[in-house]
Design a protein. Structure first.
Length: 291
């Protein structure tokens, strides 16, 4: 494993052997009050954590010993069609809405979106078109961040958010998710992001953001010190939404039930080529650098 002593501020792409940008250490914007905004974000999470009543499922999500709540638009996990994540109560929905509509989280979303578009423009465009199609199909579906290409987000409430090694299998295989670390911890002693498949341990300071293909790369965190706090904010788009749009706003089962042999054959051919096409969307670092 290689330790990368990232400063958490500068933007640094993760590049494969063919110079394709497969992720990016986004850092943070050159904004005077950013540190204050990130402190506000951590405080907002801590306050919401005290006020909200977590369900057993939210307390035992499997990625670590901390509560987590997903918000936004998704499809899969037994849903018959895309919809907004259901919350445990009206009070919980109000608390989460107040959290995500705060200035600090709106700024976080905007920054991650800008970096995503700059370093993975074709993948970003794929996300954007999918989300626009979903909302055209059902305008009642709520996007918490108007200009984002991410349909949903998860708030990990800590107070010690340390994930076990995992992949986010419900996300698009070649897609990106944005992870922001928040809280009060010493990034030299803990909280590092581990990308197991790449052999990387990355210093990950609070207030900084990293974008990775989370369905593809096994990732986890180094534990933080006793008495410290670490939260995280993750933005993503479920792969099921892409399938729903591809199927003409139908489930896989409904599509197959009505498909002609030619349509089924085309669907299978598209499925076989989707990985190659998706990887082909990754921008070359040399091309981005020239731009």
């Amino acid at each position: 494993m290689t330790l990368y002593e990232w400063d958490g501020r500068s933007c640094c792409p993760i590049v494969d052997s063919q110079e394709r940008v497969i992720g990016v250490l986004a850092g943070c914007p050159n904004q005077e009050n950013w540190e204050g905004l990130m402190s506000d974000a951590a405080n907002e999470i801590a306050h919401t954590r005290k006020e909200i009543k977590f369900t057993d499922k939210q307390l035992n999500g499997g990625r670590g010993e901390f509560p987590a709540i997903a918000v936004g638009i998704s499809y899969g996990g037994g849903r018959k069609e895309p919809g907004n994540f259901a919350q445990s109560s009206a009070a919980a929905l109000v608390l989460l809405t107040n959290l995500l509509t705060s200035t600090c989280f709106q700024c976080l979303s905007g920054f991650a979106t800008c970096v995503f578009q700059a370093y993975a423009p074709l993948t970003f465009d794929c996300y954007w078109k999918c989300l626009e199609s979903i909302q055209s199909w059902n305008p009642r579906l709520r996007r918490y961040f108007e200009k984002t290409a991410f349909a949903a987000c998860t708030v990990n409430f800590g107070p010690s958010t340390v994930c076990r090694p995992h992949t986010d299998r419900a996300n698009l295989a070649f897609g990106w998710c944005a992870i922001t670390a928040l809280g009060d911890f010493d990034p030299n002693k803990g909280g590092h992001l581990i990308l197991w498949d790449l052999g990387l341990i990355i210093r990950f300071p609070p207030g900084s953001t990293i974008l990775i293909p989370s369905a593809l790369l096994t990732h986890s965190n180094v534990p933080i010190q006793e008495g410290e706090t670490r939260y995280s904010f993750v933005q993503y788009l479920a792969a099921g939404l892409f399938r729903w749009v591809y199927n003409g706003f139908k489930s896989d089962a409904d599509f197959e039930a009505a498909a002609t042999p030619a349509q089924s054959a085309k669907r299978e051919a598209d499925r076989q080529s989707r990985w190659k096409e998706g990887v082909g969307m990754f921008a070359k670092w040399s091309d981005l650098h020239k731009g």
